[in-house]
Design a protein around this ligand. Structure first.
Ligand SMILES: O=C(O)CCC(=O)C(=O)O
Ligand SMILES: [Fe+2]
Length: 318
């Protein structure tokens, strides 16, 4: 099988037709299978205009190509309050990190937290349009997951009813050197659902059955992956897959949208996956913002031993 076809592809077109008939059940089943096996899939006909994604990637490349002193103008002030555990604006991985990338974080524009560069022209409008479209896609995929997981209608929508912690990052990865090529070290996402679109360079890889499967660029598609929150709610039925970015000889640009959960929410395996089917919970419950804070500390104060990096196994019951 060609590596590019290794990630399951889900065509979401049936969800955008007038009557939704003839295909939503098939697409829902495809999402369920993909989330149980890979934790990742490639969405096509997802409702985000392909031209908008291409424009966003071009503008992002133009922003990251600006001199450092220009980008620094969008850097959050030292010690500035970050109400969402990470600040909006420009940042670069600290020198001690193996990850070599720079990024710009954007929250829901309505919150008034964002900082935008003056250049390139149109950056703000394009990024805000992407944020809005990806929020819509997040709500759709969340509804589909609700169905896949056999939850009461509207359960996830009610549980996850605050979009204030969602954020999008424009990312730029430096070219690999002869010595090292880490873009983002292997990790799982802590949130609910992540959406990624990327330029043609490649480098995103997903761990499936012990093998790194490339999520190769395919024009107009969006990579979707399940995060830890859904894995915990489903008591491991849905998989929050390990993934990484390997740097290539060229600069790479991508956008990642994190459909998240409010920090005050309690996260624990749902009764549909435990008491109601006679299975023991595989996680202790936790307050979502506490987990987020532990994950941020992994980055700001990296533990000396790899096994001390906090991930979702911190709450696992063995
Ligand atoms: O840039 C990418 O393709 C993936 C980024 C990623 O995994 C993340 O930001 O969590
Ligand atoms: Fe990730």
């Amino acid at each position: 099988m060609a590596a590019s076809s290794a990630l399951p592809v889900v065509d979401l077109a049936p969800f955008f037709t007038e009557d939704g008939k003839g295909g939503t059940a098939g697409a829902t089943e495809a999402v369920r299978q993909a989330c149980q096996t890979h934790g990742f899939f490639r969405a096509v006909n997802h409702g985000v205009p392909v031209e908008l994604m291409a424009r966003a990637l071009e503008l992002s490349a133009a922003f990251f190509a600006l001199p450092d002193e220009e980008k620094a103008k969008v850097r959050p002030a030292e010690g500035s309050k970050a109400p969402r555990s990470l600040p909006a604006g420009y940042g670069r991985q600290p020198a001690h990190s193996a990850d070599k990338n720079e990024y710009l974080v954007v929250f829901d524009p309505k919150l008034g937290l964002n900082a935008y560069p003056a250049e390139p022209a149109g950056f703000r409008e394009t990024v805000e349009e992407c944020h809005a479209k990806l929020t819509q896609l997040g709500l759709l995929i969340q509804d589909i997951l609700n169905e896949c997981m056999g939850l009461p209608p509207g359960f996830l929508k009610d549980y996850n009813d605050d979009r204030g912690f969602d954020h999008m990052t424009a990312k730029s990865y430096f070219p690999a050197t002869e010595e090292e090529n880490v873009g983002i070290s292997e990790h799982e996402d802590g949130n609910c659902i992540t959406f990624i679109f990327q330029d043609g360079v490649g480098g995103l890889e997903v761990l499936t059955d012990g093998h790194w499967v490339p999520a190769e660029p395919a024009c107009g598609s969006i990579i979707v992956n399940i995060g830890d929150v859904i894995q915990v709610l489903s008591n491991n039925k849905m998989k929050s897959a390990t993934h990484r970015v390997v740097r290539k000889p060229a600069h790479r640009h991508s956008f990642a949208f994190f459909f998240n959960l409010h920090g005050d929410k309690w996260v624990e395996p749902l009764p549909e996956f435990t008491a109601k089917i006679g299975e023991a919970p595989r996680y202790r419950g936790f307050l979502y913002k506490e987990y987020q804070q532990l994950r941020v500390r992994n980055k700001t104060h990296p533990p000396a031993r790899a096994e001390d990096v906090v991930n979702i196994t911190h709450y696992a019951i063995y």
